[in-house]
Design a binder for this molecule. Structure first.
Ligand code: GLN
Length: 290
């Protein structure tokens, strides 16, 4: 057993959690105390909200596990990768280094899609599905909906599929490996959603280490100006959507103007809307096929 772990095996949980929080804080993690609590819960198998006795002590296996988690997090590996799961919308999703960790901002996209969605048994397409977060959240809200998730990464699709299976959505989902046009044969759809890679490639190296060093580049890199995916996606909407069908895309905070004007210039898309996230930053562009 490592030295830290052997010390921790006898220590009270409250002092241990404080020590870990301080170490994470020293490593530059602002929410260190909160994250320490998440790690402790993971090791004890206690879900959020369940009371934990602050005086209990860890056994040596638990102490070892917690110590390893703390070391990984100090190296700025994302908490989601360490825990192996992450909350999004109402779902608890498996997450690994093969997928972008779902962000709270992306729930704005889900909200906008649900608002735009016609009633009835709609068909949904999620391009660049990653963990499956967006399409699975939509299917969770709409019991009669079905859909297709596309991703260029076979490793990501494996995660998405496992997440779908866990939720019992097998019969309502299809997963396809490929690029933006990979699901043309499965259309037309009532709704197309996407959180594509939209970071300008020169910017990526300067992002926080959790993102730059640990998240999949293929889920981040949007080319020279970050807008490459929209240049491909918007012209495909005429083929993917039914007339009156809706697209909802996530965008970078500085891309609102560029993406709305690209959408307008397609000619076949109307009711273009730009939606802000809770920090009042541009986050989603939506529109309808004429
Ligand atoms: N929102 C992510 C970030 O800020 C980027 C996700 C994306 O490129 N789609 O790192």
């Amino acid at each position: 057993m490592s030295k830290a772990a052997s010390l921790w095996a006898g220590a009270k949980l409250s002092s241990l959690t404080r020590q870990i929080g301080d170490r994470l804080l020293a490593a530059g993690i602002a929410q260190g105390a909160l994250e320490a609590g998440f790690m402790v819960r993971a090791v004890l198998g206690k879900p959020t909200g369940e009371w934990i006795d602050p005086d209990i002590k860890l056994d040596s296996a638990q102490a070892e596990q917690l110590s390893a988690m703390c070391i990984r997090r100090e190296a700025r590996e994302p908490l989601s990768h360490i825990l192996g799961n992450w909350g999004f919308w109402s779902l608890d999703l498996d997450v690994t280094a093969d997928v972008l960790t779902p962000r709270p901002e992306t729930e704005i996209l889900v909200q906008e899609a649900l608002t735009a969605l016609a009633p009835g048994p709609v068909r949904i397409l999620d391009l660049g599905t990653g963990s499956g977060a967006i399409i699975l959240a939509l299917l969770a809200e709409r019991a009669s909906a079905s859909g297709v998730g596309v991703d260029i990464s076979p490793a990501a699709l494996k995660i998405a599929k496992a997440n779908g299976e866990k939720l019992g959505f097998d019969e309502r989902t299809q997963w396809i490996e490929g690029g933006w046009n990979a699901a043309l044969a499965q259309g037309p759809f009532d709704l197309v959603v996407s959180n594509p890679p939209y970071i300008a490639n020169a910017v990526i190296a300067g992002l926080e280490p959790e993102v730059a060093q640990f998240e999949p580049l293929v889920a981040l890199d949007g080319g020279k100006d970050g807008l490459d995916p929209y240049r491909d996606l918007l012209p495909l909407m005429g083929q993917y959507l039914k007339p009156g069908g809706v697209f909802v895309f996530e965008i970078g905070a500085d891309q609102g103007e560029a993406v709305t004007s690209m959408a307008k210039s397609q000619g076949n898309l109307h009711r273009i809307r730009l939606v802000q996230d809770f920090a009042k930053r541009d986050r989603v562009v939506s529109g309808m096929l004429s």
